[in-house]
Design a protein around this ligand. Structure first.
Ligand SMILES: Nc1nc2c(ncn2[C@@H]2O[C@H](COP(=O)(O)OP(=O)(O)OP(=O)(O)O)[C@@H](O)[C@H]2O)c(=O)[nH]1
Ligand SMILES: [Mg+2]
Length: 338
């Protein structure tokens, strides 16, 4: 799961990257600012703490997201990137809605080039071969072109499963989920300056969050014992970073299921809508191949009951088959035989 951090030059992408990954200045100092950099973060999930107290595992493994910090204003190499985090430099007195528009236009142009290029070669190919696959791809690309010509992102088109599949390989930028981060200055905290961003994002169906990246990047440099008092002095209860990661995770369209096998309690990120059989494959191909049933209790039920035994008494621990659609917070025990 990889998210690329994009935005205009100097909008604070690298500062956001440091704040999100909590890399210290010293760790980042050696990094070449003209190159992309990767950082892995653990997705904060309070439910893991509760599961820890119930199952007492030796090890807790949260879900992870890799963030990629891109230098300057770059059209990212989209392969392997599942979503974009777009940083708007509100702190610099810029007009964030205009910046959002400008970036949107660049992405639309980049996708338009890809569509044009492919349509032109497809026209030639279809003179020899008018297979249903090629025809479908052609029709879908025409839909995309029409959408892009209206200055709309590809994610705004409703495509059938087959249509989506026919263009999946192109990894269109404007087809990716997007999270908008309003990077505000320290003096802008709580001033509502990002109201305009929020309204614009709501209109476009984007998730957005405001964040004082510089402040939170500085916090990474404070040693643990001094961190608490420092945060208290600033009146910060929780780092916005956690919320930024959480919102990015949601924007990716992921939900979390948990396993509590042996010594480890683990959070597994899966696309919303996966079946129990697909979820099993995330863990191990053997578990998928030999899938018999999945014993499932949802976190909310477990929390309300206080123990698995109690949940069992209330018939909230269920046996589900291959086609069961996994829900966020399911605690799953796969039964399999290979
Ligand atoms: N006051 C203030 N300054 C910030 C904030 N975020 C970033 N800056 C400053 O803005 C400058 C650029 O920040 P970077 O994080 O390097 O921006 P960038 O988007 O990575 O820049 P490029 O990779 O060159 O495009 C640095 O001097 C930061 O200290 C902020 O929230 N408040
Ligand atoms: Mg940078």
């Amino acid at each position: 799961m990889k998210i690329a951090i994009v935005g205009l030059s100097g909008c604070g992408k690298s500062t956001c990257f440091r704040a999100i990954t909590q890399k210290t200045k010293r760790e980042s100092e050696g990094l070449d600012p003209t190159k992309p950099h990767l950082g892995v973060v653990k997705v904060p999930d309070w439910r893991l703490e509760m599961l820890k107290s119930l199952f007492n595992p030796k090890k807790i493994t949260p879900a992870e997201i890799t963030f990629e910090d891109l230098p300057g204003f770059h059209i990212p190499h989209i392969k392997e990137i599942e979503a974009l985090m777009e940083v708007l430099g509100v702190f610099a007195g810029r007009d964030p809605v205009k910046d959002m528009d400008d970036i949107g236009v660049e992405f639309i142009l980049a996708d338009t080039e890809v569509v044009k290029h492919r349509l032109s070669s497809l026209d030639k190919e279809m003179k020899q071969d008018r297979s249903p696959e090629k025809t479908r791809e052609h029709e879908t690309l025409l839909k995309c072109r029409e959408c892009l010509e209206r200055n709309m992102p590809i994610r705004s088109i409703t495509l059938t499963h087959d249509e989506e599949k026919s263009i999946r390989g192109f990894q269109f930028l404007t087809g990716k989920p997007i999270v908008i981060v309003g990077n505000i200055g320290e003096d802008q905290t709580g001033s509502g300056v990002t109201g305009a961003i929020e309204a614009e994002c709501a209109r476009r169906g984007f998730k957005s969050v405001e964040f004082c990246a510089e402040l939170e990047a500085e916090i990474a440099d404070i040693d643990e014992p001094e961190r608490g008092p420092f945060l208290k002095e600033l009146g910060i209860e929780q780092l916005a970073r956690d919320r930024v990661i959480d919102i990015a995770y949601q924007a990716l369209g992921y939900i979390t299921f948990f396993t509590t096998k042996g010594d480890e309690t683990k959070a597994w990120p899966v696309k919303n809508g996966v079946t129990a059989l697909e979820a099993a494959g995330k863990i191990h191909s053997d578990i998928q191949r030999g899938f018999i049933r999945a014993e499932i209790v949802n976190f909310t039920d477990l929390e309300a009951c206080g123990s698995v035994q109690e949940a069992r008494k209330k018939a909230l621990v269920r046996l589900e088959g291959k086609e069961y659609v996994v829900r966020d917070g399911d605690i799953v025990d796969f039964r399999f035989n290979v």
